[in-house]
Design a protein around this ligand. Sequence first.
Ligand code: PLP
Length: 392
Amino acid sequence: MSRSFYPPQRTLMGPGPSDVSPRVLGALARPTIGHLDPLFVELMDEVKALLQYAFQTDNQLTLPVSAPGSAGMEACFVNLLSPGDKVIVCQNGVFGGRMKENVERCGATAVMVQDDWGQPVSVDKVAAAFDAHPDTAILAFVHAETSTGVRSDAEALCALARERGALSIVDTVTSLGGIELQVDAWGADAVYSGTQKCLSCIPGLSPVTFSPRAVERIQNRDHKVQSWFLDMQLVMGYWGGGGKRAYHHTAPVNDVYALHEALLMLREEGLAAAHARHRHNHEALVAGLEAMGLAMAVAPEHRLPQLNSVLIPDGVDDAAVRTILLREFDLEIGAGLGALAGRTWRIGLMGFASSERNVLYCLAALEAALAREGAPIKAGAAVPAAMAVFAA
Ligand SMILES: *Cc1c(COP(=O)(O)O)cnc(C)c1O
């Protein structure tokens, strides 16, 4: 006989999932009701309104896809693209590569705009790609590149797409709730996110929102969407509102309770206050890391407050340090990915995990682990440096 699984209480400061608040976990444990129960239908309407607030949009087609962020990504691509379409895909980290995969699996052509890992997407290069490919239908890019900790200028990129008559697909998996995101004001067309990053909800849902222009493109398709599950024309019948919901799939009822609670917490705090909290905790963490003698991997003007890439000092064993943090401090931080594997750590300060407590805990634990590994760090400086930022 196997036994029940009781996970340890970790502190999650990696690239996601982030710590889930007790309020959200409590919501998850409430009684399951039917997914067509009138009370659940009401809850779905509330979730839609709360998502519209989080995304800053009036888009009617706004809903959580019943699967993780990668499914939201796929939903945007399969619904907007048809075979033969040309798509400019910006790549400055892991997730742009996944966008390319999606484009090609739709039978469309990806025109790649590459930037170095650790740099934002170059708006000038994208403009040049539009010059070279004026028949481009879609521009796809990542707002907050979680693999490197870099923010790209989503407002400028969405404006450029509009100017060139293209629609935009924007990955906001790590940006939603952590940094400014204005879907309507920026004119973004198909936007997807995730629940386990700055919303601090459990993993497994992907909020998406489609502009009226994107909806028009979906409705005028002459080619069936290749995915039955992610076909928004079918999903709309279930999430569309107006009381007449058709069965499409069984909504993950308790997950939706959890998302509702997480979005309620975001609205109670307010977007501006949530963004300011992420920024402030980021500044304190960076002050502490630098006081210890570590260097950040990304230039200050491009840094994401919710995902901090720090360079691993020469001669320090990446995995050994992360193992000490996990085994002895129950603290998870992220390893570098792709071009940055073995060169950086990624320290998340996302959602509920973006707290003064976590900043101080991480600095103290990292200092202890680095000292144990014989790294040349300045002992005792990190926590006071962070506290000075909090006191300011
Ligand atoms: C985490 C992440 C994803 C994928 O989300 P999953 O929920 O893991 O499928 C996509 N894009 C970015 C930028 C991410 O950080």
